[in-house]
Design a binder for this molecule. Structure first.
Ligand code: COA
Length: 274
């Protein structure tokens, strides 16, 4: 059986370290998130968090397999949601356990930068995986949506909360109450997708962005991510105080000395990531 999650370690152009390219690999089921995928994603997160060489994580879905003779090709998908077959006949107790401490929270809680590379359907849990990443790069054939309402459900992997932050209250209500999908251009306009490109350009565009981020100080990236996150959970007044402290603390780091000196010397900084 093929692995449901594949990790490729792509060397950083800036020197040491790698970008972890993580592919959810169930293309015949449009990369739907079953329990095996969930466990593999959680393992990946633990590995990425604890492996100092990993500077950035890119999450994507496997492209379709060639169709069997006489059959239609399956569509491109990032992830077409939680695996609906695992919902049949299940009650709240089972689902609460399954959805507590889940893979999407593990991705969200990574201290390192994360990018979703979206080609095709990002529906339900797929939209939630994308929204749990820091940045989303989408191809022109990406389709985002929260169709759970059509199943008598609502998003359960944080979609009701995280999508509001990206698209605003009104559009989140519309998406989740209608279950209607949003095409790539609208997703870009709404702020779901940071960048839009052709399917052919998607890998290069995403990896180029990942390389740009991976070339920065790991320590400073972590502080940036944590501080920006604080905007979601705090009042403006408290958030500004959190930022002031984080900013001041960076003045005690080697990387700040290295970055400032490199600017003044007109040289490239060689981070120690501390
Ligand atoms: N869970 C389990 N299986 C899924 C799935 C999901 N979320 N999404 C797609 N699949 C499976 C299909 O059952 C089908 O399997 P089969 O070929 O063995 O029958 C295969 O993936 C291909 O999907 P199919 O529906 O045939 O493709 P399509 O091009 O006709 O439609 C979608 C594509 C995305 C519109 C459709 O698959 C869909 O609506 N998926 C569910 C989306 C959803 O509701 N997600 C939220 C879940 S909470």
């Amino acid at each position: 059986m093929s692995e449901v999650v594949i990790i490729d370690e792509i060397p950083c152009e800036s020197g040491d370290g790698v970008i972890a390219k993580v592919t959810i690999n169930r293309p015949d089921k449009l990369n739907a998130l079953n329990q095996d995928v969930g466990s593999a994603l959680k393992e990946m997160c633990e590995w990425a968090e604890n492996n100092d060489s990993v500077r950035c994580v890119v999450i994507t879905g496997a492209g379709p397999n060639p169709p069997p003779e006489g059959k239609r090709a399956k569509p491109n998908a990032f992830v077409a949601g939680a695996d609906i077959t695992e919902f049949v006949g299940k009650g709240s107790e089972y689902i609460l356990e399954l959805f507590t401490d889940n893979a999407i929270e593990a991705i969200w809680n990574l201290s390192k930068p994360t990018i979703a590379m979206v080609d095709g359907f990002a529906l339900g849990g797929g939209c939630e995986v994308a929204c749990s990443c820091d940045i989303r790069i989408a191809s022109t054939r990406a389709i985002f949506g929260t169709p759970e309402i059509k199943l008598g459900l609502i998003p359960g992997y944080g979609g009701t909360q995280r999508l509001v932050n990206l698209v605003g209250y009104g559009k989140a209500m519309e998406m989740m109450m209608t279950g209607n999908n949003v095409g790539a251009e609208e997703a870009h306009r709404l702020g779901i997708a940071n960048q839009l490109c052709t399917p052919e350009e998607l890998l290069d565009t995403t990896m180029s962005l990942a390389q740009t981020i991976a070339g920065k100080s790991m320590h400073t990236l972590r502080v940036a991510k944590k501080t920006i996150r604080a905007a979601l959970d705090n009042s403006l007044t408290d958030g500004v105080k959190i930022e002031a402290l984080a900013f001041a603390n960076l003045f005690d780091t080697e990387d700040k000395e290295i970055g400032v000196k490199a600017f003044l010397d007109r040289s490239e900084p060689k981070w120690v990531h501390k």
